[in-house]
Design a protein around this ligand. Sequence first.
Ligand code: ZN
Length: 102
Amino acid sequence: MEEKTAVILQKNNQYAVECHTKISTLCLGNGEYCDSEEDAILWVEYECWIDSGEGWICTTCHEMAMNNLVKMRYQQEAEKPQKPKPEDGLNYDLEKGIETVL
Ligand SMILES: [Zn+2]
């Protein structure tokens, strides 16, 4: 069986998966408390939490992370240097001028 990396909270013999990031102020912090770790993981899977590989991220935090990512991409796009202007033919004229002199 594949080992899932999840932070499991335990309280009164009940288990809940903790949100990995908790970056959103609306984050619940953890999933519903269930009778077993397996059920707790099933609960977050059912709720469409995202398995980041390092832990489970609740949908609220994931949505916020995605929004941040889009914002970051947008900023990077805006900061990209402008394409250099095409040569205005100055060098070509200069060479041609020298040739004419010789
Ligand atoms: Zn969260």
